[in-house]
Design a protein around this ligand. Structure first.
Ligand code: PMP
Length: 393
């Protein structure tokens, strides 16, 4: 049958990451392509204990019944306390919406704000799934230049004036794909300029707690004098991505709008997942993060050391946390064309060009270090380095 799909889905492709996953089933492949938290750190014992206790206790009925779209009030209380850690103060539960992962927060913001043809500014490069979500709402992504400090503020202002965007989407802490963190001064400037021009900011913070070195910086939202910023974070990288729990924090009016939009999407986030995460945050999160940090740090260190040793021609970021290193190869190398060769040599990565809203970045590469051991990282980068070097003239 000739299925008549909506036109807006015409150029929606499976994300490059998912397509590549299909090629990676061979066990001998060392994959730097994914973006998953380390499987060996997933807390199955703690989650099993919590689940058992929840389902055999007084919460069983409220877990198995429908819940409210906003999420459980007591969990939202926990979340109000939780976001204080990134400097978000002076809010109450009506400023929060429990979401089914950060991804849903991005989708709901687009659903609530965007009409066909609207423009959204994104960092160049940005989180790939956002580019896909924007297509599904027939909106246009325009890239803003960036530097080691964060967004290029002059370019941000120029593009706000030229494109009159409804929204700016940013991942200011340990970004995907770059692993970079915006400085405090850069956050303050972004807050000032977006408020001046009435642009809504969507601050996506899935990785902020995974800091291995350097000083932590408060959320961009905490620097916003105007109520123009929605902050989203999730428990995917700290507890489990499979539970699908996150939170959106913003002004009461916009949170109400997102709640109505969420009703059409999934009515509410899984009750069981919400209460598992609530208990986990209260009892285990501090310990789990403490346990995870040295493991991730060791892998990051193994990755950066191997890159410096085997790929000195790779101009890379220097992440203080998160899951990714990003960088540029000499311009004569095309990372997309070389990917099948790398897979033949049992190493995988993501070509950076897929993260660029406006095209470009053909010589860039994103490398994930969270799901390989230090030994595998050394071995994989050595193989990649000699492959790339063999194509250098
Ligand atoms: N934002 C960014 C920048 C991400 O990298 C991811 C996950 N890869 C997400 C959002 C979505 O994560 P989740 O829905 O599991 O919170």
């Amino acid at each position: 049958m000739n299925i008549r799909y909506a036109e807006r889905t015409a150029d929606l492709n499976g994300t490059a990451t998912r397509e590549i996953f299909k090629l990676l089933s061979r066990p001998e492949i060392i994959s730097f392509a994914g973006g998953l938290p380390a499987s060996d750190l997933l807390p199955e014992k703690e989650v099993a204990e919590i689940t058992e206790s929840l389902l055999s206790g007084k919460d069983a009925k409220r877990i198995l019944q429908y819940g409210t779209s906003e999420g459980f009030a007591d969990f939202r209380e926990t979340l109000v306390g939780y976001v204080k850690q990134v400097g978000i103060d002076g809010i109450d539960t009506d400023n929060t919406l429990v979401i089914s992962g950060g991804q849903q927060g991005i989708d709901l913001m687009c659903k609530a704000l965007l009409d066909k043809g609207d423009t959204v500014l994104v960092e160049q490069p940005t989180y790939l799934a956002v580019l896909q979500i924007l297509k599904s709402y027939e909106a246009k992504a325009v890239g803003v230049n960036a530097n080691a400090d964060g967004l290029d503020i002059d370019d941000l202002e120029k593009k706000i004036i030229a494109h009159k965007p409804k929204m700016l989407y940013v991942v200011p802490t340990f970004s995907n794909p770059t692993g970079k963190t915006y400085s405090r001064a850069n956050r303050e400037k972004i807050a000032e300029i977006t408020a001046k021009y009435g642009v809504i900011v969507l601050e996506d913070d899935p990785y902020g707690k995974l800091r291995f070195s350097g000083e932590s910086v408060n959320s961009l939202k905490s620097f916003a004098a105007e109520d123009n910023t929605v902050y989203i974070t999730s428990f995917s990288k700290l507890v489990s991505p499979g539970l699908r729990v996150g939170v959106a924090v913003g002004g009461k009016e916009i949170i109400r709008k997102l709640t109505v939009c969420k009703q059409g999407t999934d009515l509410h986030t899984s009750n069981l997942s919400q209460l598992i995460v609530k208990r986990f945050v209260e009892e285990y999160l501090g310990e789990t993060v403490k346990r995870s940090i040295p493991v991730y740090r060791k892998r990051r260190d193994a990755m950066t050391a191997a890159l410096d040793r085997y790929m000195p021609f790779f101009d890379r970021t220097d992440p203080e946390g998160g899951l990714f290193v990003f960088g540029s190869l000499p311009v004569s190398l095309n990372a997309e064309k070389l990917l099948p060769k790398a897979i033949e040599h049992n190493v995988a990565y993501i070509q950076g060009s897929v993260f660029f809203a406006d095209g470009g970045g053909e010589n860039t590469v994103r490398l994930n270090y969270s799901n390989a051991s230090a030994e595998q990282i050394e071995q994989g980068i050595r193989a990649l380095g000699s492959l790339f070097a063999s194509y250098l003239t």
